[in-house]
Design a protein around this ligand. Structure first.
Ligand code: GUN
Length: 287
C-alpha cells in the first residue's frame, strides 16, 4: 500500500509557484486574490485562513473581505462588481456555504468567468464538461495532480465517485471522464452503493461521514481518494474511509489529513497564477 502524500507534493508545487509569482511580480503583475467570507462559520474561517497563509507563502497578495452574516444580496453583488472592475485583481473567491437568505447561484454567476479561480461559474463548469480549458475547481484539480504524480492510470478504469456536489463530485466526474475513465457517481439516492464500489478500480469519496467506506465494500488493489473531513469529539480529523481496515487492501490511498486538503489549496494558488499570467499577456498585447 502506497500513501499518496498530498502535503509533500503540494509543498513541491508551491515552490514552483513561488518562483513564477516572483517573476511575474518583477514584471509588474503581482498575482492577487480577493476572498469573501460571509458570516462566522468556524470551519469556513479555518479554510479561509489556510488559503490566505498559502497565498502569503508564495507571494500572492490576498485580501480578505469579512462580511456580516446578514449582508443583503444586492450589497454582496455590488461588492463583487467592484472586484470584477478592479484591473489589478486576478481572482475572486466566495467561501461557501453562504447564509440561507443568499441566492448562491446568482452570486457565483456574478463573478467574471476570467476571475473565477474557484471554477464555479457555469461558463467554467460548462467548459470543463465540454473538455475545453477554463478554471477547474480546486479540489478535483488537486486530486488529478496527485493521481498523475503517482502515475496512476485512469484511462479505461472503473472510477466510482461517492458524492455529487458541484464543488467536488460533479467536476471530478468530468475530469475523470475526460481522462478516459468509466465513471459512476453514487449519491444519497443510490440503491446499492456496494455493488459499485466492489468493482471499482478507483474510489473517490466526498461525503463527510466517518467510516462510510468499509473493507467489505472494496476489492483488493483498489486506489482510494478520501476527500472527507470529519472532526471527532477528541478533536482528531478523519476522512470518510475506515482507514485502519481499508488501507491494507489498497494499492494507493490518501491520508486524512495530509492528502487531498493540501492539494486543494495549492490548486487554488495554481488557478490564481494562471489568471495572473493571462492578465500579464493581455497587458503585453495592449502595449
Ligand atoms: N467550501 C468548501 N469547499 C470550498 C471551495 O473549494 N471553495 C469555496 N469557495 N468554498 C468552499
Amino acid at each position: 500500500m502506497v500513501l499518496m502524500d498530498g502535503k509533500k507534493l503540494a509543498n513541491t508545487i508551491q515552490e514552483d509557484i513561488a518562483k513564477e509569482v516572483l517573476e511575474l511580480s518583477q514584471r509588474g503583475v503581482t498575482p492577487s486574490l480577493a476572498v469573501i467570507l460571509v458570516g462566522n462559520d468556524p470551519a469556513s474561517q479555518t479554510y479561509v485562513n489556510m488559503k490566505a497563509k498559502a497565498c502569503k507563502k508564495v507571494g500572492i497578495t490576498s485580501i480578505l473581505y469579512e462580511m456580516p452574516a446578514n449582508i443583503a444580496q444586492k450589497d454582496l453583488l455590488g461588492m463583487i462588481e467592484n472586484l470584477n472592475n478592479n484591473n489589478n485583481l486576478d481572482g475572486i473567491l466566495i467561501q461557501l456555504p453562504l447564509p440561507a437568505h443568499i441566492n448562491t447561484d446568482e452570486i457565483l454567476e456574478s463573478v467574471l468567468p476570467h476571475k473565477d479561480v474557484d471554477g464555479f461559474h457555469t461558463q467554467n463548469s460548462g467548459k470543463l464538461h465540454s473538455g475545453i480549458s477554463g478554471f477547474v475547481p480546486a479540489t478535483p484539480l488537486g486530486i488529478m495532480s496527485l493521481l498523475r504524480h503517482y502515475n496512476i492510470d485512469i484511462k479505461g478504469k472503473d472510477v466510482v465517485i461517492i458524492g455529487a456536489s458541484n464543488i467536488v463530485g460533479k467536476p471530478l466526474s468530468a475530469l475523470m471522464l475526460n481522462a478516459g475513465a468509466t465513471v459512476s457517481i453514487c449519491h444519497i439516492h443510490t440503491k446499492d452503493i456496494d455493488s459499485y464500489t466492489k468493482r471499482a478500480d478507483i474510489i473517490c469519496v466526498a461525503v463527510g461521514k466517518k467510516n462510510l467506506l468499509t473493507k467489505n465494500m472494496v476489492k483488493e488493489g483498489v486506489t482510494i481518494v478520501d476527500i472527507g473531513i470529519n472532526r471527532l469529539d477528541n478533536g482528531k480529523i478523519v476522512g470518510d474511509v475506515d482507514f485502519e481496515n481499508v488501507s491494507p487492501l489498497c494499492a494507493f490511498i490518501t491520508p486524512v489529513p495530509g492528502g487531498v486538503g493540501p492539494m486543494t489549496i495549492v490548486s487554488l494558488l495554481q488557478n490564481t497564477l494562471k489568471s495572473a499570467k493571462a492578465r500579464a499577456s493581455r497587458i503585453s498585447l495592449s502595449l
